[in-house]
Design a protein around this ligand. Structure first.
Ligand code: 6CS
Length: 336
């Protein structure tokens, strides 16, 4: 008894001195929807480096790659509940939180000029004020949004027109608007978690999937696909979000440090994703020289664009007046 009392006392003393010497030490958890070595990982590792240096080591960031804390939807839930502080959340994931965020699932919304995309995604009032305000009502704060590269179809047959998609099971992220997008293209959309895509392609439960090149390489989707097809329909975009209540409890100085670090990372991540996508395309070409790589021409792209116009009405049906206003402002911003 005496012994355990002494043990407890010394443990308490160690704990007390630990907290005294680390009075301001904080650990922030940052979860990813992607694996180590991905674009999201590059962003989180750079954020970690910059914020730990800006706070002189008072803050430590722990990065949790995809699979360590749950599926993509779980990460947004965990952030809203304050269990983790930061996560990537791709707009499709927000369907059940803020339906208007699914505007980014509408094909051909973004510009074909990536400099325009960079500017709009990092500073648009529609994104940060209108959509950001809606996220705050769900206790989520939108910190930034960035592109991860053009989404490319990997398929088991050649697709050049909406008719070619007839009877074609296309894996999409679990987002109602993405399901609609691929229906409009003529395919049979099949929502599946990211971790199940390789197996489903291998077992021929699906005929194709869509993702940026870096992801096709690191998830090895190219190994179980015959074609890579560029249709120019979409950039993969993602957000970094935090728990709004938690963020508001930080000191003004800490909040500014976070905002300054994030604002300083736009060029970094934009260049990084371009570099990753280029390098990984070369790796795929080397690993699988027989892969058929097809760039759809303007006329072929126009047919998909035309077919996807119904998506705009679907989006407005789903989101009402507020969604209509978001779509109109973004159309304007991306066409500058
Ligand atoms: O296809 C997906 O589900 C995933 N793709 C990427 C490139 N990032 C995260 C997302 O969940």
């Amino acid at each position: 008894m005496k012994h355990s009392y002494r043990y407890l006392t010394s443990t308490a003393l160690i704990a007390a001195s630990f907290f005294a010497s680390n009075a301001y030490a904080e650990t922030w958890k940052f979860a990813l929807e992607e694996v180590k070595g991905s674009v999201q990982d590059a962003y989180a590792q750079e954020f970690k480096k910059r914020i730990e240096s800006a706070t002189d080591g008072d803050v430590t960031v722990e990065v949790y790659p995809y699979g360590t804390l749950g599926q993509s939807e779980d990460l947004t839930e965990l952030t809203a509940n304050g269990i983790i502080q930061f996560t990537n959340a791709s707009p499709g994931i927000f369907g059940s939180f803020v339906p208007e965020m699914q505007v980014f699932s509408i094909p051909y919304l973004l510009s074909q000029d990536n400099e325009v995309n960079k500017k709009v995604l990092s500073s648009s009032p529609t994104i940060y004020d209108t959509l950001g305000g809606k996220l705050e009502q769900k206790n989520l704060k939108l910190l930034t949004m960035y592109p991860e590269g053009e989404m490319v179809w990997t398929t088991n047959r050649e697709i050049r027109s909406p008719e070619d998609f007839d009877n074609f099971k296309m894996r999409v992220m679990a987002s109602p608007m993405l399901v609609e997008a691929y229906k409009s293209f003529g395919a049979d959309p099949t929502p599946l978690p990211y971790s199940e895509v390789y197996g489903a392609l291998q077992l021929k439960m699906i005929d194709g999937q869509v993702n940026p090149v870096f992801a096709i390489e690191e998830m090895k989707f190219y190994e179980v696909s015959d074609y890579m097809i560029w249709a120019g329909q979409q950039q993969f975009t993602t957000t970094v979000i935090t728990n709004n209540n938690w963020f508001n409890t930080l000191s003004a100085e800490r909040q500014q440090q976070v905002e300054k670090v994030i604002a300083g990372m736009n060029d970094f991540i934009f260049d990084k994703q371009a570099e990753f996508n280029q390098a990984r395309l070369e790796q795929i070409k080397q690993a699988k020289p027989e892969m058929q790589m097809i760039q759809l021409d303007n006329a072929e792209r126009a047919a998909f664009k035309q077919a996807s116009m119904t998506m705009r009405d679907k989006y407005v049906e789903l989101t009402g007046k507020s969604g209509k206003a978001v779509l109109e402002s973004l159309d304007q911003e991306f066409s500058q």
